[in-house]
Design a binder for this molecule. Structure first.
Ligand code: PLZ
Length: 443
């Protein structure tokens, strides 16, 4: 097959006629509830581009929501997964095991924060990993309550909907939700009423006060937090907040769970976002970037906690599928070989440089934030902090029309986020930023 050329190329309007035809078939065959951000049907993808059925080539600032960090169809992922496909596709690890699963577990035990004795269990999706982290924490602590945070996102299954903060579109009409879930404040510096300087201290004090007074620390099995809130708006908790919450958990026998499903595996310029403040979680959930696009997820954590669940208490038919495990080993190999942490930090440097300059020029940009290849702008009504969802949607639409895939997020729908594959070329990165700048000029 010919090499995908790393360029933006528009030969039709976006979406083109063939994509529109396919979209009509989608509407007739797939339910409404499965939304589509940009109705362009993809035929091939790699590096920093997606090619569509009409022959357009789009710049990818989404990575399929932070998944293809190593790029689509990365060489080592394809090589290892292909070999595994030819050998065997499935046995069920719980029936007759295979080495790939154990190797992925060993890699995760080594790469995740902390040098304590660890174990890893594999699953299929992020939500399933979070569900299992809660099961494990409850089994270990013999407690039931779970504490989560404002702006948190943890999935779409029943328990993880309960853990997720935002109602629309994730929860509306889908209740009742799982009980014993309690939500506390997150240190969101930009919107903290008494100012960003006081945010970490005050937010942690409020969170701890709510846990001790409203729930009772002795009833809490787990505190589950994203070290950078992803879907909620790429909110980096004010420095000092995470360590304070982790300390509180430790002092009270609560399992501290870092949900690194979006932030993990080099995305933020470090193996895991918790590394940034030296926070060592008891359990860590991973998925997305772990396997270069194949469905795989994991719970990794302290051996004594992970081993608390009785034999046969955890699992699933497909968890740690051999092809997905082979892909994960290929993805991890690629991350190490190409030093994707360094690439992510370079992406941050380029993006923040350009975006801060745009912030000077365009007063709809309230804040530029994020780390590594996980960067966002929060858009506001000029001169205020009032969320500007309309301008956010218009900007995304303008970028899409020019062949740049961007995503929005945020509790208030006013955050434009950028998650390029970490292997994207710097020319494409800059071209994408040019498109964003032009879009800002026009809206
Ligand atoms: N935890 C931190 O980011 C998935 C959601 C896309 P699954 N985020 C993308 C959508 O709208 O459904 C996510 C996450 C964090 C958990 C999850 C859930 O992971 O693999 O989508 O189940």
């Amino acid at each position: 097959m010919t090499e995908l050329s790393q360029e933006r190329r528009l030969v039709t309007s976006i979406p083109g006629p063939k994509s529109q035809e396919l979209m009509a078939r989608k509407v007739a065959a797939v339910p409404n509830g499965i939304g589509v951000t940009l109705p362009v049907f993809v035929t091939r993808a790699g590096g920093g581009v997606l090619e569509d059925v009409d022959g357009n080539s789009l710049i990818d600032f989404g990575s399929g929501i932070a998944v293809t960090s190593v790029g689509n169809s990365a060489e080592a992922v394809v090589r290892r997964a292909t070999a595994q496909l030819a050998d065997f596709t499935h046995t069920c690890f719980m029936v007759t095991p295979y080495e790939g699963y154990v190797e992925v577990a060993e890699q995760l035990n080594e790469l995740t924060p902390g040098d304590h004795d660890k174990r890893t269990a594999l699953f299929n999706s992020g939500a399933e990993a979070v569900e299992n982290a809660v099961k494990i924490a409850r089994s270990y602590t013999k407690r039931t309550a779970v504490v989560v945070f404002d702006h948190g996102y943890h999935g779409r299954t029943n328990l993880t909907m309960a853990l997720t903060a935002k109602n629309m579109p994730y929860k509306e009409g889908f209740g009742p939700f799982a009980p014993e879930v309690y939500r506390v404040p997150l240190a969101y510096g930009y919107r903290w009423l008494t100012g960003a300087e006081n945010c970490a201290e005050e937010a942690a004090a409020q969170a701890i006060d709510m846990i001790t007074k409203q729930v009772g620390a002795e009833n809490v099995a787990a505190i589950v937090i994203e070290p950078i809130a992803g879907e909620g708006g790429f909110i980096e908790p004010a420095k000092g907040f995470l360590p304070k919450i982790a300390e509180f958990a430790k002092a009270n026998g609560i399992v501290f769970v870092a949900d690194e499903i979006q932030t993990g595996f080099c995305r933020t310029g470090q193996w895991f976002a918790c590394d940034d403040e030296g926070v060592v979680p008891d359990l860590i959930t991973t998925a997305k970037g772990i396997a270069g696009g194949l469905p795989l997820a994991a719970v990794t954590g302290r051996a004594e906690i992970m081993d608390a669940a009785h034999a046969g208490g955890l699992g699933g038919t497909y968890g740690g599928n051999p092809v997905a495990c082979a892909a994960a080993l290929g993805a991890i190999e690629t991350m190490k070989e190409l030093d994707l942490n360094a690439r992510a930090r370079r992406i941050e440097e380029v993006m923040k440089g350009r975006l801060h300059a745009m912030q000077e020029k365009f007063d709809v940009i309230g804040e530029v934030r994020g780390r590594g290849g996980m960067i966002a702008v929060e858009l506001v009504e000029p001169g205020t902090k009032t969320p500007n969802a309309a301008v956010t949607a218009a900007l995304a639409k303008a970028c899409h029309a020019e062949g740049l895939v961007v995503l929005t997020c945020g509790t208030y729908g006013n955050v434009l986020r950028f998650l390029p594959p970490l292997v994207i070329g710097e020319d494409l990165l800059n071209e994408g930023l040019d498109i964003i700048e032009e879009a800002l000029t026009r809206v």
